[in-house]
Design a protein. Structure first.
Length: 195
């Protein structure tokens, strides 16, 4: 049994912003694998389905980013899902728009949603990071960057990354984070060669 968490902020004003790329990924996965509808549960929206024969719960915390861990720990505890079977999908400013990387554990990289989850379930869970690019500057510029929408070019790259993340998530579930990292790496180099 697995718990896939897409991070974002609730509310229509945040719907298409960089910080909500985790919600977008959760929707892409739900659509691709025919999950049931999202229902309010565990301070989030929860859907269930199967990927590679495994039961999977898909969670979009509705607590706002900084408190994401509150929702994740409730769902993980209720279904008795250990951290190594939790997959969190989130935006990453240190990656170029549309760049896709995955790792097990590690630091938060300053991401408040990840900090909150680390504090609640330990950092030993899988992270799928989708690049949103970095603004020049710090502080307010960073906040306005993650809470703004994508340019047309960036949106195209991000849509491709979301499609890849959804199409390959079964590899992570079946074969683990190492195999998944290899898979997305191979796909990326194939896309480069074809462009």
């Amino acid at each position: 049994m697995f718990l896939i968490v897409g991070l974002g902020n609730p509310g229509t004003e945040y719907a298409n912003t960089r910080h909500n790329i985790g919600f977008m990924a959760a929707d892409a996965i739900a659509g691709r694998y025919g999950f049931g509808p999202f229902k309010a549960k565990f301070d989030g929206l929860l859907a269930e389905g199967k990927i590679e024969g495994e039961k999977v719960y898909l969670l979009k915390p509705q607590t706002f980013m900084n408190l994401s861990g509150n929702s994740v720990v409730k769902a993980a505890a209720f279904y008795k899902i250990p951290p190594q079977n939790v997959i969190v999908i989130h935006d990453d400013m240190d990656l170029q728009p549309g760049q896709l990387k995955a790792k097990l554990g590690g630091g938060s990289g300053g991401h408040n949603g990840i900090k909150s989850i680390d504090a609640h379930i330990t950092p030993g869970y899988n992270r799928v990071r989708i690049g949103v690019g970095h603004p020049s500057g710090k502080g307010e510029k960073v906040v306005s960057h993650v809470l703004s929408g994508f340019s047309k070019d960036d949106k195209k790259l991000v849509d491709e990354a979301l499609e890849t993340a959804a199409a390959t998530i079964g590899v992570l579930i079946k074969d683990g984070i190492g195999a998944y990292s290899n898979q997305i790496g191979m796909l990326k180099s194939r896309q480069k060669n074809n462009s």
